[in-house]
Design a protein around this ligand. Structure first.
Ligand code: ADP
Ligand code: MG
Length: 286
């Protein structure tokens, strides 16, 4: 049974004329990192807010952890972890005090705040007021908070946006560890690298609609150029040639060049997920 099963999910904000998300359909299996990928305004945060029960009054069916979302009560929050796009911490409290406070809201078992801070790289900052934290530190505190109740399913809304490269890497490592621990992760992002590196499946979302759900690897294979580019010197003259990757071992031209020339560089031509997104949706990600 999938951890998340969404069918025909449609939602219109009270102030909106058109639906913010329309007829969404996707499934997330246990232990998978599922990426919701799309430009600003596509409907990613709206979808996360619907799935965590923050927005009500949707059409369609949503089943999460074996239960209809419409029947979920407060105990649902014992089983999920959520990190928001804009973390809502208590700025006058320290990082540790924030985690200790939110910990008291759970009835079930919780993890040690100190250990969680260590895990997100805030081990030395626990005694500082969160008001002094950088944006990246606040985001990492948000991720630590999402893990307090040792949840099976974790929602992360844009966990790497606006972070420096070190913080981004740390978040990426953390998400990988969540998967290793058997957790299921729903991740919204417009960061291609994150989606590509982490996600088992990505949904491309544009203007509130899902255009496709696929694995990044399959997408790149299906849309990729699949060629090898060789730069070489032959008889003192530089040259560059491109060969199809399929059947390369029987490509006489390629093999001759490989034997006779001095190879300078040899690269497969990679299609990025961003190229695929543009090709499939006709939209950029920024
Ligand atoms: P994303 O997270 O992909 O950037 P959002 O889910 O935040 O996109 O927004 C999707 C659409 O819903 C946008 O057109 C946005 O303007 C609209 N929207 C978001 N929040 C609200 C709100 N509280 N009230 C009305 N419209 C909203
Ligand atoms: Mg958003």
């Amino acid at each position: 049974m999938p951890v998340v099963d969404v069918d025909g999910l449609t939602f219109t904000y009270a102030s909106g004329t058109a639906p913010a998300v329309r007829d969404l359909r996707f499934r997330i299996e246990r232990g998978e990192i599922f990426g919701f990928l799309g430009p600003n305004g596509a409907g990613k945060s709206t979808t996360q807010k619907l799935l965590i029960g923050l927005l009500r009054g949707y059409r369609g069916t949503v089943s999460i952890l074996g239960r209809d979302l419409a029947d979920c009560k407060a105990d649902y929050y014992e089983r999920i972890g959520v990190s928001f796009e804009l973390p809502n911490h208590y700025l006058r409290l320290t990082g540790l005090e924030n985690l200790r406070y939110f910990r008291t809201l759970y009835r079930g078992g919780t993890q040690q705040p100190e250990a969680l801070l260590e895990m997100v790289g805030l081990g030395d900052d626990g005694e500082r007021p969160v008001g002094e934290y950088s944006k990246g530190m606040k985001t990492r505190l948000g991720v630590a908070r999402a893990l307090l109740n040792d949840p099976q399913l974790i929602f992360l809304d844009e966990p790497t946006v606006g972070l420096d490269p070190v913080s981004r890497r740390r978040i990426r490592d953390l998400v990988r560890e969540m998967k290793k621990a058997g957790r299921t992760v729903f991740l919204t992002t417009h960061d291609m690298t994150v989606a590509d590196e982490l996600c088992d499946h990505v949904a491309f979302i544009v203007n509130g609609e899902i255009r496709l759900v696929e694995s990044p690897r399959d997408l790149k294979l299906a849309h990729g150029a699949r060629t090898v580019v060789m730069e070489y010197d032959l008889g003192g003259r530089p040259g560059r040639r491109e060969f199809p990757l399929d059947g390369l071992g029987d490509d006489a031209d390629f093999l001759d060049l490989l034997r006779q020339a001095t190879v300078r560089t040899l690269h497969t031509q990679e299609t990025t997920l961003e190229d695929v997104f543009l090709r499939v949706t006709g939209h950029g990600l920024q």
